[in-house]
Design a protein around this ligand. Structure first.
Ligand SMILES: Cc1ncc(COP(=O)(O)O)c(C=O)c1O
Length: 397
């Protein structure tokens, strides 16, 4: 135990291992596209690469429309406005802060709803209880790429006349009941941020089968321009640049490769970690399409003696930069914490899960050898949980 870096030993990794390392795809192909963009001097504003990227994504998801944007947050803000959400919207708190901010930014109140501890997604039984006369919609988040209960949410939305959107930032390339995520609800949003397994540096998209909504979103993301000198709607600047679209097209050509690296890592981690008592390994439904981009462990402090945070401290000292996604939950961050200081009382599962989950490094940064080493550290920490806890408490009283 004394060899652990947290107690002064050498870190097991000399370089930091991050949760994800950006995928690039075929560099030569990417540079050819960049050169073509520079030669053609068409850098943005619905150029050839943006148009082709939109066509390819729509085809892959099986939807009528894909509108790519500068990032996922702006895409979310625009679709929220385009479907006419106002008043209150039901969202999980167990998500990245952008889901809530995209609403509050437009003075719409995010009403945080608790999650199902088995899926970490909106608990449909609780959604209905959160509806008030001010509620106009629901935004489900397919957390870590695992699908929401889309049937149950659609049924509630239909019956209560609410709009239904999905934040599918984590779920590009995933399916549910054989249908690609991106084709559910009124519209869905993807993020192509550099931290995602598929990226366009910065970027995002809205996908939908609704022609009218798509037309409105296209106007809104380009200042409302309907032609030269003709603005017919309020809008903003949500456009994706040509270099980002070129990155997206290049990445799409290697998507299967990116996923197979994640899948290999997932299988390795699963084999290594599934049998350790007190740490629950998050599994994916392998009969569906999955991107396997998050490796998630749930730590049971009662069983192993150390908390999730102490395990993270041990891992960080070894240069394994595990992350506490999405601690402490949006409701415990500003401005929501000040606006509604007691929301946590309504979110017992969110509070519990946010203190237990940890995301481990994956993607091309790790392979079987690294995973075996990470497993050794986790096993050592778990098997000596009580002693480690005592020593950590002595170290930082
Ligand atoms: C669940 C979720 N929603 C929204 C976003 C925001 O996307 P972007 O960073 O592309 O603005 C992210 C991550 O970045 C996310 O993880």
């Amino acid at each position: 135990m004394s060899s652990l870096a947290v107690f002064g030993g050498e870190p097991i990794f000399s370089e930091k291992l991050h949760v994800g390392r950006p995928n690039i795809g075929n560099r030569q192909k990417l540079l050819e596209r960049f050169n073509d963009i520079l030669d053609r001097r068409w850098l943005t504003n619905a150029g050839k690469y943006v148009q082709e990227f939109e066509r390819r994504v729509a085809e892959m998801i099986g939807v009528r429309h894909c509108i790519v944007m500068c990032n996922g947050t702006v895409a979310l803000e625009i679709v929220i406005r385009a479907v006419g959400l106002k008043g209150e919207v039901i969202v999980p708190s167990m998500t990245f802060i952008a889901t809530a901010h995209a609403l509050q930014w437009q003075e719409i109140t995010p009403v945080f709803c608790d999650i199902d501890p088995k899926t970490y997604n909106l608990d449909q039984k609780r959604v209905e209880k959160m509806i008030t006369p001010r509620t106009t919609g629901i935004i489900g988040v397919h957390l870590f790429g695992r699908p929401c209960d889309t049937e149950a949410l659609a049924e509630i939305a239909r019956r209560r006349k609410l709009k239904l959107l999905y934040d599918a930032a984590h779920a590009f390339g995933c399916s549910y009941q054989g249908r690609m995520i991106g084709s559910f609800g009124d519209a869905e949003m993807f993020s192509f941020h550099a931290t995602k397994f598929f990226n366009t540096f910065e970027g995002g998209a809205i996908v939908t089968n609704n022609d009218e909504l798509a037309a409105k979103i296209r106007l809104m993301k380009n200042f409302g321009f309907a032609g030269y000198d003709n603005v017919i709607y309020i809008g903003t600047n949500g456009k994706m640049s040509e270099v980002s679209a070129a990155m997206g097209l290049t990445g799409l050509e290697s998507l299967d490769e990116f996923i197979s690296v994640n899948h290999r890592n997932y299988r390795e981690y699963k084999r290594e970690l599934e049998s350790i008592p007190g740490v629950q390994f998050m599994t994916y439904d392998e009969t569906e399409k999955c991107n396997y981009q998050y490796i998630i462990l749930e730590v049971d402090e009662q069983t192993i003696g150390i908390s999730r945070d102490q395990l993270v401290e041990v891992l960080h000292a070894e240069n394994i930069l595990a992350r506490r996604y999405f601690y402490p939950g949006c409701h415990n961050m500003e401005p929501y914490r000040s606006y509604f200081p007691h929301t946590g009382l309504l979110l017992p599962e969110t509070e519990r899960i946010a203190k237990r989950v940890v995301a481990l490094p994956t993607g091309t940064a790790v392979g079987p050898e690294e995973i075996t080493a990470i497993r050794q550290i986790i096993r050592l920490a778990v098997e000596n949980g009580h002693q480690i806890r005592e020593r950590l408490l002595q170290k930082n009283p």
